[in-house]
Structures are given as C-alpha cells and as structure tokens.
Design a protein around this ligand. Structure first.
Ligand SMILES: [Zn+2]
Length: 323
C-alpha cells in the first residue's frame, strides 16, 4: 500500500488538538480550481497575512483568523466580499471552529498535493494508495470552508481521476460525519458519484443542515448522490451494511476515492458511532472487493490513540480483499 504524506501538513496549527499527519511537493492548480472558486482559494492563501497586517493578533489579541459576522442569505442578496479583514472571514467560513494561522495555507496546499500525488501513484499502476494528509477536506464546499476543512482534498482527487480515467468515478465517504462539501461540489453532476454514511444530522450532529437520505442530486446529477444516515450508537452490523450499500452504489465506477475518516470508531470523542477495529478491517475488505483503482484520502479522526490503528485496519482489509 503506497502511502503519501508531507511534512508541510503539520504547519497548520488552529490551536486546537487535532491529528498531525505528515509528507510532499507541488500541486496542480487546475485540479484545485476544478472544484473550488478562485475567490475562496485566493482568500485562504492570503487570510492570515491580511489578518496579521491588520494588527488583529495584537489588538484585540486574536492570533487566528476567526469570523464574527456571517454572510447569511438574508444579508447578501448581492454577495460582495466585505472590506474589513474581520468581516471577510464570515464571507467564506460557515462556522467558528475552523481557524486559520500562519502555517495553515502551506498545510492546505500540501494536503491537496498529497492527494494528487496519490492519484498519480494509482494512475501509474498501483491498485490503491493512501494520502495521509491534513487538514481534512470533505466539509469544504466550492466557495466556503468549515468543519475544520478548507480545501476539499477528496474532491480534488476525484476531479483529477475523472479527467484522467473518464466517467464515472465515485467518492465513498465513511467518515462519521456527512461529507457535505463533496456532496455540494458534485451535486448536479453525474460523472462524479458521491455517497456517504454518517451519523444522522437529524439526531443533532454536524453538519446539521445536510446529509439526509432524500438528497439524491439535482439536474444531470439526479440519482448520483446517496446518503445513508445512521442512528447514534450504531455499531459494526449496521455500519457495515451501510458501507455495503455505498460499495454497491459505487460498483460501476472506473475509479474510487475513499474519504477515510475513522471517527466512527467506538472511542472517538466527536461521534456517537461505535465501530470496532474489526469493523474497519471488514469495511476495507468490502471496498477492496470492488477491485477498482482506489485513492484513500484521510479525513476525520479525533481519538489520537486509535486513529493510526483504525486506518491501518482499513488499509489491511483492502489489501486482503485484493489477494
Ligand atoms: Zn468526521
């Protein structure tokens, strides 16, 4: 199992405890703009420098970019990026938990590079590759960021695969939370199919507004989106049934991106799902049995003791299924 990482991914320090990934070099900008608005990318690249230049780190003493006013639809009939550095964050961010510091942009770009390098590794003939990147990406939308995600690494990887192998490709998201960003980016497209199983947002879980079963895509993408929400407390049996449903949905794709969050693990503080280590192993086998070129992209996981072991279980399951 080839593993791609970058030391630059550790530069992002939102001053909260998150997993520190690691590893490599230079990304393709066109792949980035295939899934993100240029305005968002430009903002993320300059946000901390602008915040810092405005003196906000000293007065009032906030060393991270954090929004205070949001561009709610009622306030933005004709959206215009506001002038003040303090207000810009709320134009592009949709929550207050995704802070930006001095190393953040370098890490975001490195994470995209890691995902694209994993795509290259697979297109060069490896059956699968794991992109060990941070910050995660699946909550990042085309024009806004949130959920501790800034650039959507999985979506960039899917767009790159789509360009290189043709349609359809599929994104299978097994993170404990709905991959709302990936869904939004591809919602009206049939060439990139998106499916996710996650704790039911209707039971009070992030991202709250999206992730329901009736969201099936729009326009040409109608039927190309699948959500399987799960009741809090769901364990291996229920979760693996759902993963099987995602695999069936992705079965006819030419290539696969797996949004590999492991926060469905029983000990994770950020989700009420109760999946065991052997459950992740079996999920890997289910995905591996599809026999598709597969790029696995790291998403969430907040129990520092078990992230590594659960990722390893999943990767080993995939390897076993291929033998
Ligand atoms: Zn998650």
């Amino acid at each position: 199992m080839p593993v791609v990482w970058s030391e630059r991914c550790s530069l992002h320090d939102p001053q909260r405890e998150h997993w520190i990934g690691i590893a490599t070099p230079a990304a393709e900008v066109p792949a980035l703009y295939a899934v993100h608005d240029r305005a968002l990318v430009d903002y993320l690249a300059s946000a901390w420098a602008e915040w810092s230049a405005a003196g906000l780190a000293d007065d009032p003493g906030q060393p991270r970019v954090v929004p205070y006013v949001f561009a709610h639809a009622a306030l933005t009939p004709s959206p215009v990026v506001p002038a003040a550095a303090t207000a810009k964050a709320g134009f592009f961010a949709y929550d207050t938990m995704s802070l930006i510091g001095p190393g953040s942009w370098g890490a975001m770009r490195a994470a995209v590079d890691v995902a694209l390098t994993a795509v290259d590794v697979v297109l060069e003939g490896a059956p699968h590759a794991y992109a060990c990147c941070r910050p995660p990406g699946h909550h990042a939308c085309r024009a806004c960021y949130g959920g501790s995600c800034y650039l959507n690494n999985s979506a960039v990887a899917a767009a790159a695969l789509r360009e290189r192998v043709g349609p359809p490709v599929a994104v299978v998201d097994i993170d404990a939370h709905h991959g709302n960003g990936t869904q939004e980016i591809f919602y009206a497209r049939s060439d990139v199919r998106v499916c996710s199983t996650h704790v039911d947002p209707g039971a009070g879980w992030f991202p709250h507004f999206l992730g329901f079963a009736e969201e099936r895509g729009s326009g040409e993408g109608t039927g190309a989106n699948l959500n399987i929400p799960l009741t809090p407390g769901a364990g291996d049996d229920v979760w693996l049934d759902a993963v099987g449903g995602l695999a069936a949905f992705a079965n006819d794709a030419k290539a696969l991106v797996v949004s590999l969050g492991v926060d469905a693990g029983a000990g994770d503080p950020e989700s009420p799902l109760r999946v065991s280590a052997s459950g992740f192993r079996e999920a890997g086998r289910i995905i591996g049995r599809l026999g598709l070129p597969t790029v696995l992209v790291q998403e969430g996981g907040y129990d520092l003791e078990t992230i590594g072991p659960l990722v390893l279980e999943t990767l080993c399951g995939i390897e076993e299924a291929r033998r």
